[in-house]
Design a protein around this ligand. Structure first.
Ligand SMILES: NC(=O)c1ccc[n+]([C@@H]2O[C@H](COP(=O)([O-])OP(=O)(O)OC[C@H]3O[C@@H](n4cnc5c(N)ncnc54)[C@H](O)[C@@H]3O)[C@@H](O)[C@H]2O)c1
Length: 361
């Protein structure tokens, strides 16, 4: 099996999770270089983690190291430019969420994929958990009946100090508030599980933090399969919880956690006064317990590299959440329902979540 040469760009708060993920796949991958514009951070993190080569320039690193894969974990507004630069240098890319700030940027990344034959994967570590994958299979095989009602709540708490970091709290640097920075994980999982969505009606508000972007958003979402759902993203909730609920014809399935999940965070309930053994047996067939984590998502990306195929959270599988968030902001700004597919290049919300026409360079 080929051992892949991996570089990381960005040595901030989340770098430890990426270093650990590469170490946990050490039989298949090695971390050969780290880049950050802050030279002190490069030196410190390289020394502490035995990373052989540190750089302050991405292009120097790409030229000298020729990595197979680059993890892009810089502030969100830099993701598109760096992702495209790495693709053009012949590397596959694993970029932290949010991959980009608009459909325009997403489509620019897709063009770079087409030109180079390399792929850009988005880090959504929750996709790799065994319970989520199990539920996806049960939905696809109709084992629980039709999905009817859903709830997707990211109720987290972020203080004003959290928004002290220069790039957080603005449309330009962070693309939005908890919708795009916090709730994006759970919403991505929710949309992946329920399939195509059809229509969204949303509201956003800035209720208690001194920031340009929202600190809470709420949406009503109808799916193509008819399911009706609510989605809430909050940075204002003292008792924090990430909560998803799916009411199928034959059972309710719920997940309650905060930042990561194992099987124990999920439960199934049957309708009152029912003892439906086959439905419970379907759920109980879940035996392996894999956490949705950076380690496990990287393993799946390396599998895709081995097979030379598109990685699981790229292409249409990564565009869905970008389109959803842009449509949520459009609905909240205009007060109108937004249909999937209506954001085309002549719509300002194709270009930014603030609805201002800015054609990317
Ligand atoms: N998947 C998750 O659970 C998760 C958790 C936290 C953060 N994130 C994402 O990870 C990304 C980084 O977050 P963070 O909290 O580590 O940010 P951070 O601000 O702590 O660190 C960012 C680092 O990038 C460096 N940097 C900035 N511009 C650069 C450039 N052009 N070239 C090279 N380095 C540059 C900065 O000097 C800094 O060290 C964000 O996109 C965030 O949304 C994901």
């Amino acid at each position: 099996m080929k051992k892949y040469r991996i570089a990381i760009v960005g040595a901030g708060g989340i770098v430890g999770a990426h270093i650990a993920a590469i170490a946990s796949n050490a039989n298949r991958a090695e971390l050969v270089a780290l880049v950050d514009i802050d030279e002190n951070r490069v030196q410190t993190i390289c020394r502490e983690n035995n990373i052989p080569n540190g750089y302050t320039s991405i292009s120097d690193m790409l030229e000298r190291e020729r990595p197979d894969l680059v993890h892009v974990i810089t502030p969100s507004a830099t993701h598109t430019r760096i992702t495209i630069e790495c693709l053009k240098a012949g590397a596959w890319v694993n970029t932290e969420k949010p991959l980009c700030g608009s459909l325009a940027e997403f489509d620019a990344i897709t063009r770079a994929e087409q030109e180079t034959g390399c792929y850009a994967n988005t880090v959504f570590q929750w996709r790799s958990g065994s319970a989520g994958k199990h539920l996806k299979k049960l939905i696809e095989t109709n084992a629980l009946g039709k999905p009817l009602v859903g709830v997707c709540n990211t109720l987290w708490y972020r203080t004003q100090d959290y928004y002290g970091l220069a790039w957080r709290g603005t449309y330009k640097e962070a693309f939005g508030g908890p919708t795009v920075t916090l709730g994006i994980h759970l919403m991505d999982l929710f949309l992946w599980l329920l399939g195509d969505w059809d229509e969204i009606r949303a509201m956003t508000g800035t209720l208690d933090r001194d920031i340009e972007v929202e600190d809470v958003s709420m949406a009503l979402v109808r799916f193509a399969n008819g399911a009706m759902t609510t989605v809430t993203n909050s940075a204002l909730s003292p008792r924090q919880e990430s909560y998803m609920r799916f009411d199928f014809q034959k059972a309710s399935v719920e997940c309650s956690t905060l930042y990561r999940y194992n099987n124990e965070n999920w439960k199934i309930s049957l309708p009152p006064d029912t003892e439906d053994v086959p439905t419970l047996a379907h759920w109980d067939a879940l035996t392996e317990d894999i956490q949705g984590s950076h380690d496990n998502q990287l393993k799946e990306l390396l599998d895709a590299m081995d097979a030379g195929r598109r990685p699981p959270v790229s292409g249409d599988e990564a565009r869905r959440i970008v389109e959803f968030i842009s449509c949520l902001y459009k609905s909240a700004s205009t007060g109108l329902p937004v249909k999937r597919g209506e954001l085309t290049p002549d719509d300002p919300f194709y270009h930014t979540n603030k609805g201002i026409l800015e054609v990317p360079q």
